[in-house]
Design a protein around this ligand. Sequence first.
Ligand code: OXD
Ligand code: MN
Length: 614
Amino acid sequence: MSSSPPQANPSAQTGTSPNTRQSLSAQAMQWVDSVAQLTRPQIVHWCTGSADEATRLRALMIRDGSLVPLNEAAHPNSFLARSDVNDVARVEGRTFICSRQESNAGPSNNWSDPVYMQEFLGKLFHGCMRGRVMYVIPYLLGPVGSPLAQVGIQITDSPYVVANICLMTRVGGEAIDEFNRQPSFVRGLHSTGNLDPEQRYICHFPDDNLVMSFSSNYGGNALLAKKCHALRLASVSARREGWLAEHMMVLGITSPDGVKTYIAGAFPSSCGKTNLAMLVPPEADLRAGWKIETLGDDIAWLRFGDDGRLYAINPEAGFFGVAPGTSRATNPNAIDTLRENVLFTNVALRENGTVWWEGLDGEPPVACTDWTGQPWTPDCGRPAAHPNSRFTVSARQCPCISPDFDNPAGVPISAIIFGGRRSTTMPLVFEAFNWQHGTYLGATLTSEKTAAAAGKVGQLRFDPMAMLPFCGYHLADYWQHWLEMGRRGGALMPRIYHVNWFRKDWGGRFLWPGFRENMRVLKWIVDRLRQRGTGVTTPLGVMPTGQSLEAGSLGLAPQALEELLAVKPDEWYREVDRREEFLARFSDRLPPELLAENEALRQRIRDAELKGTI
Ligand code: OXD
Ligand code: MN
């Protein structure tokens, strides 16, 4: 971190200036210089990602009150940040895809003309870093030397954003080395601005490899390497280059005979990707020799390997996880990951300097400080932690991190799971008949809205492949790309499954215990992949029996299993109609295969109803 005195010259440089600057291309240097000319910072600091730099940066934030050091014995080297109360989630309404042609953004994205938008944002960014430090962070997404890895430079005037990016990506020497091997890089320009929600813009320019984000410091809006680069821009290059950039966790599951199977899973934000990726199998499975390892909890990049299979890497280096609901009971690996070196955002602070959030083990504190910094008691009627409060932590601290985390080749994916929050209609699990049917399941994925994005929580919405807020181009073209990937991969493509952990009974209680018991579903999937699992063909796809889920030992309420696996004709006629209406929004570009799948489903439901099998 800089210790230089304030200077008027925006080109005053600190940090790794000499080495970093020399190692980066002239194009990168030119861009950084032009941003400094535009934003007029007092100092330009080139980030190294070193421990020393992190310490100085934190000291600065502690001094200005934006970071609270936690109890050193309980959480060594860990800190709490509180955001502005109006800056707590992604803002989809102010997120734009500024493709040259409006039609390429598609009906699911906000679009603005790129020339207009760059000019408009140029005015907001003009002089916005006056008196501030401009941090330049060259970062790497993906393991060093991976054919899937990409590089970028994020510029920001927020030390909080720097601290997050240094945990979430590979920064420093390894990133710089990779710059010299990569043909291009993504430019991400961010400024805190004045945090005015009316001036908040998160704009993507896919034709220019550029992101500009103004007036928010919230993760998904401000850590530009994450959703903006690794999903929105990467999805555009993935289509062009024949691979997939997906909102997916990836886990490896080892069965007692030592065979490892890798599974990717797309679930909308705040629907349990992190918990699933870090699942600890039930005791009996552990004793039998089952094991789960985590490759990633949020984003996967998948590319065909030389053997024709799909291989995945996790482009990220850390976890930006949802805190509420995380506990030793729901995710012990996450709790162990959070012991030290953690940056918490918007959680509650106990009097002893430890953190708390709703759903954490133990009794709520009798009094604490809530996420806004106000005194809190259990009866005050407000949550202590914000529902979208987060932890940022290096993935390397996770006790179950996969030994392949840094493997440049990635891991071969055998199955892809789609899942959402559905209190009705969707059964616990079923297997798609083939890739095209699976693509249709992904395209019509629906979930109840969560706190990860601004808006009404609980509302049902389509979230295709869990990519609704993250696909950087027209969703119909994206589905076409999935179908083409399937044609290319043929029989070697992963099998596709749909799961729903969230079905409720008439009294609003969850029917399925979830969490580590989800292992039963994963084991059934592994058995199916290895041609051993029993399956019953239903109109929706292939489902397990109670026996194949070993449900007898679960102690479910009477009829719960029946309800969990039920296909109710009335619900399904409604569902098929909803899907038809949704798909019609894309009619000008919709791959006809998807409408055909919807019709085929309607027909299968009719046939099954007539036969009395559902
Ligand atoms: C996230 C999100 O932060 O999906 O991962 O919102
Ligand atoms: Mn996510």
